[in-house]
Design a protein around this ligand. Sequence first.
Ligand SMILES: *[C@@H]1O[C@H](CO)[C@@H](O)[C@H](O)[C@H]1NC(C)=O
Ligand SMILES: *[C@@H]1O[C@H](CO)[C@@H](O)[C@H](O)[C@H]1NC(C)=O
Ligand SMILES: *[C@@H]1O[C@H](CO)[C@@H](O)[C@H](O)[C@H]1NC(C)=O
Ligand SMILES: *[C@@H]1O[C@H](CO)[C@@H](O)[C@H](O)[C@H]1NC(C)=O
Ligand SMILES: *[C@@H]1O[C@H](CO)[C@@H](O)[C@H](O)[C@H]1NC(C)=O
Length: 376
Amino acid sequence: MQPAGEGVDGSAAKGDGDTLESGGYHRDSNHTHMFSGVTIKITLMLVVVGTTLLLLNQSSNPMAFFRNHYLNANSFSFPQYMSPIPPPSSLAKDEKMELEKTLRSATMKDNKTVIITTLNAAWMEPNSLFDLFLESFRIGNGTAHLLDHVVVGAFDETAYERCKAAGLHCYAVTTEGVDFSGETKFMSEDYLKMMWRRTDFLRVVLELGYDFVFTDADIMWLRDPFKKFYKDGDFQIACDHYWANYTDVSNSPNGGFKYVKSSNRTIEFYKFWYNGREYFPGKNEQDVLNMIKDKPFIHRIGLEFRFLDTAHFGGFCEPSKDLDEVITMHANCCIGIQNKMHDLTMIINDWKRYMALPPSNRNSTIRSWTVPRICG
Ligand SMILES: *[C@@H]1O[C@H](CO)[C@@H](O)[C@H](O)[C@H]1NC(C)=O
Ligand SMILES: *[C@@H]1O[C@H](CO)[C@@H](O)[C@H](O)[C@H]1NC(C)=O
Ligand SMILES: *[C@@H]1O[C@H](CO)[C@@H](O)[C@H](O)[C@H]1NC(C)=O
Ligand SMILES: *[C@@H]1O[C@H](CO)[C@@H](O)[C@H](O)[C@H]1NC(C)=O
Ligand SMILES: *[C@@H]1O[C@H](CO)[C@@H](O)[C@H](O)[C@H]1NC(C)=O
């Protein structure tokens, strides 16, 4: 029994290479270029043999083959596509145990879920972003208890100590030979290293079996997001711009806020994503996410995205319009700690003013933001 839709699709003579499973193989069925077809087959065979040897050599992970195969077969024009992909930096065993211990003490008991942020010293100066972040949980509606489940991935010693002093769960995210303590300039080399280190770290959290909400510390938590997350979906992410609907990859995701459930799909996705840094030098993880979000690999592993509406998960790029609806507000579209601080302080004040009034007195002025002012 063929579902009706499939028949229609099949007869609609789509351009080849357009379908999910296509890749290089699909082109072979189009007998016009017999000779080049044979050449492609031979090349592919060599690629398969080469990849297998590589695999035998360095990895027992079958998905690595998948990944290499995918990269070859879908004509990404990476000049270095045949070079071995180095395995993602793995944590030493005792570091992993330490992380597991931290996650275990921070987790929500019923569902192995933690809230993670990563920070360096510059963001944790007294009266800086970190304080606004913590304050938002305290003045948010039904968010104070969530602080018990926050894990701070500290990029340097100062950050680690400030985290401890704040009474949170802390874990040192180390990177050999790199000092991440200062304010890193957006898209500088150290900034990129830090962002990719974060991606790698989050994969390990998934591998340890924990679901997480990752949040940048320039996001104000004003309501409990768990009430608004989709029940299904592997990888839910906030957006700079929410153009379409919640499954549509044409939305512009923002890596600063995401809810990811631990599964083989999400772990493989994180590996795939992390490997992107080799192929797209100079790009950050968000740029790479945008490049890979609609690739056939995603469909093959069955990963489901959910894009979160800015009406609830807003930011300065596209502020939510109604304080009755807002859950989080992100200082995105804003570069520099001082600028972020300025407008986030206004957010906090708007929220306090809104919460101070009885619901019947919250008119449309009170229910909207006075931001962005410097940002946006
Ligand atoms: C997980 O459990 C906590 C309570 O321990 C609850 O607040 C939260 O909403 C739950 N999350 C999910 C995704 O069910
Ligand atoms: C705060 O949360 C309570 C309990 O869920 C709810 O009844 C109330 O309407 C909420 N207030 C606002 C301003 O969202
Ligand atoms: C969401 O957008 C996608 C892609 O444009 C479309 O295929 C799908 O039908 C839409 N879903 C809903 C619920 O509108
Ligand atoms: C991943 O897949 C393996 C084998 O199919 C299964 O045993 C394991 O439980 C899965 N892990 C997760 C986190 O889903
Ligand atoms: C809305 O309420 C505030 C505070 O109660 C008040 O100052 C303001 O004039 C009101 N705005 C409108 C348009 O009613």
